[in-house]
Ligand binder design. Structure first.
Ligand SMILES: [Zn+2]
Ligand SMILES: [Zn+2]
Ligand SMILES: [Zn+2]
Length: 112
């Protein structure tokens, strides 16, 4: 296995799973559910109300798809924007990297 296989593994390969299509276990009955389902097909529990995200600022629990915190109005999207900023893109082939590298692993162009 070459360096490209290692990189593919590290970056998750071509697997494109969004949060919505990811499978979770229903916290109530254990059935396999996805976040784009409104309710669990087994027990009927509201899925989105079972999975919450915690506000990093005030620790309030928000709906998973909430844009701003219900308590302190913290902008969750600003976090996503900041995270996106740390991704580097090869100026030649556009390959996205999570960490800064001296050389593009895809087209081999050197940065710096
Ligand atoms: Zn259930
Ligand atoms: Zn908050
Ligand atoms: Zn490149």
């Amino acid at each position: 296995m070459g360096i490209m296989d290692v990189l593919k593994g590290a970056f998750g390969g071509g697997e494109k799973k969004t949060l919505a299509s990811k499978e979770f276990k229903c916290p109530n009955c254990g059935a396999k559910v996805t976040l784009d389902m409104e309710r669990c097909y087994e027990c009927g529990v509201r899925i989105k109300s079972m999975f919450r995200k915690k506000c990093p600022k005030c620790k309030a629990l928000n709906e998973l798809d909430a844009k701003i915190c219900v308590e302190c109005k913290y902008d969750f999207e600003s976090e996503i924007r900041a995270a996106k900023k740390t991704q580097y893109r090869c100026p030649r082939c556009g390959y996205k990297m999570d960490v800064y590298m001296m050389q593009c692993p895809v087209c081999g162009v050197r940065f710096g």
